[in-house]
Write a protein that binds this ligand. Structure first.
Ligand code: GLY
Ligand code: MN
Length: 337
């Protein structure tokens, strides 16, 4: 028996949620589960039944269409014992892709949940800034982030927080989070810390990345790079509208990086040639962003990780953004130490 299930009758436009029946044994350990009345209030469904009712519900849908209808399911998500008897056909291949595609467009309620996840995650980043003033190890900043998320309603993280002091910030998915921020011999603090973290609110994710100076003020060189990244971000956000080609937004971020690095004398040559030769990929190897939703890297982006073009290989969204999609804009400029 599944822990929970949903069945959608597309003809009647009726969504049924199935929740586990009360099991006295597990009540001793975990307390009372959600009642059908509580579940009906909590979720946007038409009715709530117990998981023991899945098969009879499926059978009644099949017979209400005289067996002339098809059942669609996601193969690896159908619990043992589920029966599609009575349906003319059971299709276990199309539904997953269809859901992945439709998940790209968020309704107002989903956008509100994403905003809530981001509001709470912003509090966590502010807590991280405060913690960074006295932190002597990356893990103290990570603790501040997780603590603030839980205290404000994000019980889970969208992904493992990345807290990277100094050179660690050049590793895209840095995982250590346990390096000292103060040199044990010279007692000197590292200059900066990169924080890439977001909480999850009712399964909806936030994803926020910032670099902050550990002594409260950026060194001039850091500020110069910071300004380039900020410009990449603001100009790319300004380009977002229905139908914009995400590849073009990503390419604009590269052009801004090239112009900034030329101005600083870090790169030399012509903007077009540096762009065509993909030189900026050495400084900005990742994709500009991705769809955000119930997964941090949400579904439907159609990436092409086999792309021979290094500038686009790690771009998690390809082609045009539909209205109602939610995408992260997270440029960066760094060099791997
Ligand atoms: N910001 C973390 C990631 O997109 O993988
Ligand atoms: Mn991200």
């Amino acid at each position: 028996m599944p822990d929970a299930a949903v069945v959608y009758d597309a003809v009647k436009d009726e969504l049924t949620l199935f929740i586990p029946p009360i099991n006295p044994e597990s009540v001793i350990w975990s307390g009372l589960p959600l009642s059908p009345e509580e579940a009906a209030k909590l979720y946007d469904v038409d009715r709530v039944l117990f998981t023991t009712d899945v098969n009879s519900t499926l059978a009644s849908i099949a017979s209400s269409h005289n067996g002339q209808t098809a059942a669609f399911a996601i193969a690896e998500q159908v619990s043992e014992g589920t029966s599609f008897q009575g349906f003319a056909e059971t299709n276990t291949t199309s539904l997953k892709t269809a859901i992945e595609e439709t998940r790209v467009i968020k309704d107002a309620y989903e956008v509100a949940l994403l905003r809530k996840a981001n509001d709470i995650s912003t509090k966590a980043h502010v807590a991280a800034i405060h913690a960074s003033k006295t932190a002597t190890n990356e893990r103290q900043i990570e603790a501040a982030i997780i603590g603030a998320c839980i205290a404000n309603g994000c019980r889970e993280q969208s992904y493992h927080p990345i807290v990277a002091g100094g050179e660690g910030g050049a590793t895209l998915h840095y995982v250590r989070n346990d390096v000292d921020l103060v040199d044990p011999v010279t007692k000197q603090r590292k200059n900066n810390v990169l924080i890439d973290a977001g909480g999850e609110y009712q399964t909806y994710c936030a994803d926020i990345t910032r670099v902050i100076p550990l002594n409260g003020r950026f060194a001039p060189e850091t500020r110069q790079i910071y300004e380039i990244v900020l410009q990449m971000q603001t100009e790319c956000i300004a380009m977002l509208k229905e139908g914009v080609c995400w590849d073009d937004v990503h390419a604009l971020a590269h052009r801004i990086a090239i112009r900034g690095l030329l101005k600083l004398g870090i790169l030399r040559g012509s903007e077009d040639e540096l762009f065509e030769k993909r030189v900026s990929v050495a400084f900005f190897p990742h994709g500009l962003g991705h769809y955000l939703g119930m997964d941090t890297h949400d579904t439907g982006g159609n990436p092409n990780y086999e792309d021979k073009d290094t500038m686009f290989r790690y771009l998690r969204v390809r082609a045009n953004l539909p209205a109602g999609s939610v995408v992260t804009v997270e440029p960066g400029v760094s060099t791997t130490p």
